[in-house]
Design a protein around this ligand. Sequence first.
Ligand code: KG4
Ligand code: ZN
Length: 354
Amino acid sequence: MSPLSDSRGAVAKPSVVLGIESSCDEMAAAVVADGVAVLSSVIHRQFEIHAPYGGVVPELASRDHARFVSQVVEGALREAQLTPERLSGVAVTAGPGLMGSLLVGLCFAKSFAYRFALPLVGVHHLAGHLASAELADPDLVPPYIGLVVSGGHTALYRIEQDAPPTRLGETRDDAVGEAFDKVAKLLGLPFPGGPALAQLAERGDPRAVSFPRPMAQSGDLDFSYSGLKTAVALEVEARSPLSEQTRADLALAFEIAAVGSLVNKARRALAGEALGSLAVVGGVAANRRLRAELEAAAAEDGFRPVFPNPELCTDNAAMIAAAGAQRLARGERDDAWLGAFARAPLEAPPWLPR
Ligand code: KG4
Ligand code: ZN
């Protein structure tokens, strides 16, 4: 038996789980008690490192993770006023993500768990994002619809209590956050572009330009953002040099089309599955227009939208600790052979028993 697959059984109450997340360009650690109370959440970002390149450079990301992982974990324990001995388990993102980045968090988590004889579980990055909605609203219990909108993913899932999630639809090309970032770049905004684009859009005139909502007539629950991005690129080219107002108008027209498509498909999924709760998670869930439009749709259709607190929308480790706490509470354990996976479907993470 591996040293990490110990025989302690289910975690004794109260559970205090250390979460570690390093799948992309954030090195994060957090402590969560009883699966719902965030005792600490520390995030070390790398914006300045990647900004000159206009996107995340994987090699630079993992090097910086290696430099900061101990400090970030120490910070999370200090903020929670805990010593490692008080922990009941360690949860770490095992995938999907950048291989080099994932490996740093994973190796640290495995060594840490071994050193302090703690049970270890791997967490799917998107299961973490979904747990961030459950952290915001403990009344959110499956079955519900999960709309995952991040820099790497755009998908709708049916989330079940005791069964794997079912993927109802996903993007056929770019993720919505990726489209926000690419359009922001076209409009000359600094990396990471999503929040900057949303801010610019606030000064736009909604009557000035409009783009069709992608996939509005597709009849399914899939998304597509590369056509919209190309439409913006052509418009930028046709109108250059862009005045400040035109930049804002284009930003707003893009945001309206991108968000409109998400709202459309989320409503359709809720109706199709006859479910009344929608968890909206991932970096783009911080978008104010998306939140407002879903609140308005909810008032019309009678469903309940749940958004994580804005600071838990983008990558963080509290969500990983919360999702890991659920696995630990079921008595699940991974061992020292837990691997990192650049790709991993949420429906069947390769490290989970079949
Ligand atoms: O979940 P996340 O931190 O990382 C991934 O797992 O991908 O999401 C990051 C994405 C980026 O594309 C970023 O531009 C986008 O979320 N984002 C936003 C906003 N805040 C972050 N997009 C639109 N509006 C925002 N307010
Ligand atoms: Zn993420």
